[in-house]
Design a protein around this ligand. Structure first.
Ligand code: NAD
Length: 292
């Protein structure tokens, strides 16, 4: 018997992920702010709820996939929130990328209601969500991880318990640091190659075959070549994640000198009105610095 699932947050990631659960046979009731996303869930065989309370009241597992800590708090707390309306014994699987402390606090507050929580942020982007090959980094109790694992296997490929509550978020913060620095390095190489008059398609192909190759270069190659910055992963969200990793690193005394510079470039893109573009738009920041 598969657990009954509530899904809160049907955006770029939540829509295809919840559809993968439906395909795997789960009964999914969802709630999100956009009516077209609710219609999409219903068309895929799920049930569209009219509120968080209605979505979660009968659920065994509640998956949440919203932008950031303030939204996780908004959907979790208060009279209309998950903690007041879910059954005792339910398991919250928060897949949003948020501050580790928010995850720790949520787990503690939920426990008082007899509700369990794991943090389970993901990497792999929209493509990874659609193809159900996400990397899922989990923080929480072993027993709750074991219970959630079959469901997570319908969404991802690499699913790892990293430690206690908040650990999944800490690992995700490290992931975002690596991704941002990697995109920045690729963007600098692209501008350098173009100004040098080298054929960019040929250059990126051969670079990808050597030590410079990466998932970022493979996945973002067409964005770079075509200047196509439709998200994908929005600069606004990466700005949030650079804030999370910068704060968390400062708290533990880890230096992130290159990450700090890239965080500034992400912030600058956002300040220039590019927050809604894909993070591959770091290319624009480098082009502007290079006088293009
Ligand atoms: P998105 O903005 O496309 O979707 C967020 C969804 O949350 C929206 O549908 C919105 O309606 C819903 N939401 C917000 N507040 C709500 C509320 N109060 N009640 C109900 N629903 C609410 O964002 P996304 O790109 O899907 O990202 C979601 C999370 O996943 C973020 O934390 C992001 O950092 C992370 N993430 C995104 C990607 C990516 O490639 N897009 C990859 C990995 C992780």
């Amino acid at each position: 018997n598969l657990p009954k699932v509530a899904w809160i947050g049907l955006g770029i990631m939540g829509s295809p992920m919840s559809e993968n659960l439906i395909k795997a046979g789960y009964d999914v009731t969802g709630f999100t702010l956009e009516q077209d996303k609710l219609d999409r869930l219903a068309a895929a065989g799920g049930t569209a709820a009219t509120s968080i309370a209605a979505a979660v009241k009968d659920a065994d597992v509640i998956v949440t996939m919203v932008p950031a800590s303030p939204q996780v708090e908004a959907i979790s707390y208060g009279p209309e929130g998950i903690l007041e309306n879910a059954k005792s014994g339910a398991l919250i699987v928060d897949m949003s990328s948020i501050t580790p402390q928010t995850s720790v606090d949520l787990a503690k507050n939920a426990k008082e209601k007899g509700i369990r929580v794991i943090d389970a942020p993901v990497s792999g982007g929209e493509a990874g969500a659609i193809e159900a090959v996400l990397s899922i980094m989990v923080g929480g109790e072993q027993a709750d991880f074991d219970e959630a694992k079959p469901l997570l296997e319908a969404l991802g490929k690499t699913i790892v318990l990293c430690g206690p509550h908040g650990s999944g978020q800490t690992v995700k913060a490290a992931n975002q640091l690596i991704v941002a620095v990697n995109i920045q390095a690729c963007a600098e190489a692209v501008v350098f190659l173009e100004k040098s008059g080298v054929d960019l398609t040929a250059a990126l192909d051969v670079l990808n075959g050597g030590l410079a190759g990466s998932t970022v270069l493979t996945r973002k190659k067409d964005n770079f070549l075509n200047r196509d910055f439709k998200p994908g992963f929005r600069i606004d969200l990466h700005h949030k994640d650079m804030g999370i990793v910068t704060d968390a690193a400062r708290n533990v005394g880890a230096a992130l000198p290159v990450g700090a510079v890239v965080a500034q470039l992400v912030a600058s893109l956002r300040a220039q009105g590019d927050g809604g573009l894909d993070h591959s738009a770091l290319l624009r920041a480098v082009e502007r610095l290079s006088g293009n």
